[in-house]
Design a protein around this ligand. Structure first.
Ligand code: GLU
Length: 383
């Protein structure tokens, strides 16, 4: 859901992990962390709530130094946004995992794992991944086989990267409903949830397909499909930087944004959606309880966002059958509206900075109602 970066190279990987996480900040997140395999072949982890810079400040460059590592920016779906819930999650010093997405059957797997004696140190769904891989690793077939077996027990959406002192020199990655791209470099191989994280080290990318699992080493990339059959995936050269800064073939930026809407919606929903529904927990770890209480919806926005809100009103009343009102933020903030109990506030702003909309949001928070602020094409956040 948020960001993954990992890699194996001939030098210390830590600076690349940190700069990659910074490049992924645009998706929004609440905490960050990384784990490397150090010179003693041990997992060395650093995590921090809040910004990547907090993580960076916690890194002691003498000890957090290794040629292989994985890192993550988390957007909490299960468990509060705290340091103990930040990724990577580790099982018994043998398995380090970062995960984007949601494991829907985590509770039943957690109960099974607890019965087998696994201790849980976080409230996340992700921790069951570390334990499941640890469990299958005991069969002695190596990390790749362990991940291949473990993922078959997961329901939901995941992009994962895994390292282990039991198989040093390998990063195993798997994707199902959450994108992962492998960066093929001259001085190493890398993985990320978005190619932008790797543009400093390579422009050559392999985009994993649904169900793919890859074994990445310093000089090899071996990919298996969802039936565990070895497959070839094409290496593509990224043109991303050009596309980002130019209008391309469009007459102007507004036209470009209009035509990019399908992609923007796909990017927003990626790993927040399963085959038939958007996952409630994708709205935040408290979303389920909040959504159950909603009796009214009040949308606040300005300009084009207001027009988007009008469409939302039709859909919310038609599909969710919840009475929905919409008002321009500059009017709303200057009057004394009567706010009914259990009203969900939705404020919409493309920039995320529209002053009247933010002021209305602040007023609604003071009124202790339930509020959501939407920023186009990035993340939905419960506040
Ligand atoms: N579901 C996981 C968690 O809450 C991963 C969230 C994410 O995609 O960042 O930790």
């Amino acid at each position: 859901m948020c960001g993954i970066i990992g890699g194996i190279c001939q030098n210390n990987i830590t600076p690349l992990l940190v700069s990659g996480l910074k490049r992924l900040e645009y998706r929004g997140y609440d905490s960050a962390g990384l784990v490397i395999l150090n010179g003693d072949n041990a997992l060395q982890r650093v995590r921090a709530a809040g910004k990547v810079v907090n993580l960076e400040n916690n890194i002691d460059s003498k000890t957090v130094n290794g040629k292989i590592g994985i890192a993550h920016t988390r957007w909490a779906t299960h468990g509060e946004p705290t340091t103990k819930n930040a990724h990577p999650h580790i099982c018994n010093g043998d398995v380090g995992v970062v995960h984007n997405g949601i494991i829907e059957n985590f509770l039943e797997l957690k109960i099974e794992q607890q019965a087998q004696g696994y201790h849980f140190s976080s409230d996340t769904d992700t921790e069951i991944i570390a334990h499941a891989i640890h469990q299958t690793l005991q069969d002695g077939d190596g990390l790749l086989a362990a991940v291949q077996k473990a993922v078959k027990t997961f329901k939901g959406a995941y992009g994962i990267s895994v390292i282990s002192p039991k198989n040093p020199g390998h990063i195993i990655v798997a994707r199902s409903g959450s994108p992962l791209v492998i960066g093929v470099g001259e001085k190493g191989n890398f993985v990320a949830s978005d190619q932008v994280a790797l543009l400093d080290v390579t422009k050559q990318f392999i985009f994993l397909e649904e169900g793919d699992i890859a074994d990445i080493t310093l000089d090899s990339i071996t990919i298996f499909d969802k039936s565990d059959i070895q497959v070839e995936r094409k290496i593509k050269t990224s043109k991303l930087q050009n596309r980002q800064i130019s209008k391309g073939d469009y007459a102007h930026y507004m036209q470009k944004e209009i035509f990019e809407q399908p992609q923007a919606i796909a990017d927003t929903l990626e790993s927040r959606i399963t085959k038939d529904k958007v996952l409630t927990s994708a709205f935040g770890y408290e979303a389920k309880d909040i959504f159950e209480k909603i009796e009214h919806i009040q949308i606040i926005a300005c300009g084009t966002s207001y027009n988007a809100g009008l469409v939302a009103k039709y859909w919310l009343e038609d599909i969710a059958k919840i009475p929905t009102h919409i008002e321009v933020a500059s009017e709303y903030r200057y009057r004394n509206p009567i706010i009914l109990d259990n009203t969900l506030f939705i404020t919409i702003s493309q920039s995320g900075e529209t002053a009247d909309t933010l002021e209305a949001l602040r007023a609604s928070k003071n009124a202790m109602k339930i509020s959501i602020h939407l920023r186009f094409a990035t993340v939905l956040n419960l506040v």
